[in-house]
Structures are given as C-alpha cells and as structure tokens.
Design a protein around this ligand. Sequence first.
Ligand code: SR1
Ligand code: MG
Length: 423
Amino acid sequence: MTKIDTAYEPLTVETLANRLISIDAISGILGTDRSKWVAKEVGDGNLNLVFIVNGEHGSVIVKQALPYVRLVGDSWPLPLKRAFFEHNALIRQAERDPGTVPEIFHFDETQAIIVMEFFTPHVILRHSLMAGTKHDGLADVLGKFCARTLFRGSDLSMKPADRKADVALFIDSVELCDITETLVFSDPYFDAERNHHTPQLDELVTSLRADIDLKVEAQHLKSKFCNNAETMLHGDFHTGSIMVTETETKVIDPEFALYGPMGFDIGMLLGNFWMAYFAQPGHASVEGERSEYQDWILQVVDEIWSVFSVEFSNLWRTERTGILYEKSLFEDQGHLSASEKALDQYLQNIWRDTLGFAGVEMIRRTLSLAHIAENDTIENEELRADCEARGLKLGRQLMVNRSRMASMAVVNELAKKIAEEAN
Ligand code: SR1
Ligand code: MG
C-alpha cells in the first residue's frame, strides 16, 4: 500500500487532507478536490486519534495511533504497532463474521493509520445505553459475532499451522496485553498508583481489597487470560466498541486483539451491560423512569448468551474442521451423543469463564484507571457511588460464586435483587 510519509507524524485536522489526498483508495471515496474535505477529530477513547473526514462524495474514518496513552499523556508511552494488530484483527473478523466490522480502505504501518468505513448514522452503544434507547437485533448480532469469531479463530476450526502462525503474530502485542494484565486483573485489588474511585465507596473498596477469595479468583482468571491462547479475541469488547442504529449493530476497535480464553470477550461485554443496568437510576429524570429499560437490558444479556450458545453449537456441528474434538473421533464412529456431551461441557466451561471475566470487568471499571461513561457522567457523587456499589457487588458474586450459577435467569435475578436492595 502507498505510504504517505517516511517518519511518523500525528495527523491534525489541518494537515490531514494534504497528507492523504494522494492515496487513491481514499480520494476515490471522498473525491479528489481536497478543498472540499472536512476533518473533525472525534476520538473519545483512551488511546488514539480518530477523525471523521467528509468529502464531496463520501466519508471515511481515519484512525491513528499516538505513541502514548491519550488518557494519561506522554508520560505513558505506547507503541504504534497496535495499529498493525488492529488491522490484522479487522481482516480476520471480517472473514469470520462478514459485514459486522468496518471495511478497511487503507493501512499505513509507519504512520499507524487505518482508513476505514464510517458507520453513519450509528452512535456508540454506551451513549445509547445512557440515553435509554433500545435497539432491534442487538443481541443477535453480538451473540453471533462472539460465536463466529471465537469458534472460527480456534483449533476447533482453523488449520493448525495457520492458527500457530496467528498466535505467533499476536504474541508480539506485549504492551497492550500488559495494560489488560495490569489494569484489569491486578490494580483493582490493591492501592495501585493509577487507581481512582468515587470517595463514597471507600468502605466497600477497603473490604473488597481485604477479600482473599476475590483476590485469588482474580488471579485464577488472570492465569486463564495469560495462559490459555484458545482463540483470537477482540480483546476490548465493551459497549464503547459497538456502534448502533435502531436496527443495525457494528463492532469496532479490536486493537487489543490477542489469543486468549473464549469467555473473555463475551464476559467483558456482559459485564458492561450489567454496569449499564445498575447505572440507569443515574440517568433517569424521574425516579423509576428507567425500570422498563433496565428490564430490556437484562433481556439483551439473556439473549446474547442464548444466541451465542445456539450459534456456537451450530458451528460445532457443521464446521468442526480443526484438530480438537475431531469428527473422525466422534460422528464418524457413530458417537454423536458423545460429541453433543463434549459440546455441552465445552459451553459450560465458557459459561463459567464468561461470568468470571464479567465480574473482573465490573470491578476494574470502578476501581482501576479507566472507568465507564455511564457512571462517570452521574454528577451526584452519592448516586454515582450507589450505582457503582451495586455493580461491584454483582461483580464480586460472579467471580467468587460463578460455578454455582447455573443459568442466565439465575444471574439476572441476582442482578435485580442487588438493584433493589438497600446499599
Ligand atoms: C490505558 S488504556 C485503558 C483502557 O482503555 C481501553 O479501551 C482498554 O479498555 C483499556 O483497558
Ligand atoms: Mg478502544
């Protein structure tokens, strides 16, 4: 692909048109008259520059990695190669679940730039969950995306040489893995430098940090995350990585992609829905206004898991072409019910991990560095702490008691109970 410059340089709204006009793949979409290009920087994530660029004939997203963590500043350097991993992850996700992730128009490794499809009029799901908006088909897309990418990126499906090459490729994403290993799995469980929390949570935070069962579970889950290269994960699959209209759902931002355990993506996703559920009173204009919407969130959670299970089971029955649980050992021997039993046990393992990782996500988004807008935008600190405390309580239960939670109905009942009880 054409390179726009030799040395890395961050784009600005002023320089962008000049620097990208010579790339045919971009001017072919926007139009060749660069005076008509209008760039707006819209990055609201923690790491990168993101521009919407409108031209005479169309629009694109230009995403560029910065050499540091944007949320913190240049005191925390972060390699540009995360754009390379995001590019590679997008290619694989597009193959495994066509139509769900943005099309890539141009990639420049030196400049750490990905130019991709602009989803419009889509909005970030997290914002929509704060506004109380419902979306048709949300759970269906998300459940299928998880099933297809997790199954098709694993040894249940891939050729062993391809998968091993992929594991080797993504293993170099050391710094982004380190962010997850540290911020997600360790920092919340002690008084780490980058942590912060709502002051009214002090007492609860002290008790969680003294909770040995919780700390041990966090480390068991961290061990799974580090040691179990089961499939290619999105790696940062929260509601800020999903874009929606009323009827369409898209997945963006897989720069944290890595090989890890099946339950991680779906667990992070469900954890974010449960936090959005607990945060609703902080976004209601009158008390009780959001209770029906809260029920809808729990229905979405329930449906995501059931769509995931059904789709994963379909793929197990029809696409098991990898080196695990070979058909030659099961179906070809007439052992169909053994294959179904193995599938059931495989899903049970994912279920337990999913609940554990959901709990880990809920705790880290409240006690560690990067929080969620659903809670951060609640100005009344007492109310914010109340919403966050409920999330922490469910998170702890999920981590410590997950092996005793038999179904999503049980977990959602627990969430409801925690939402209703006095804090
Ligand atoms: C320093 S980066 C903090 C968080 O932002 C990203 O979106 C990931 O979730 C990461 O953990
Ligand atoms: Mg992101």
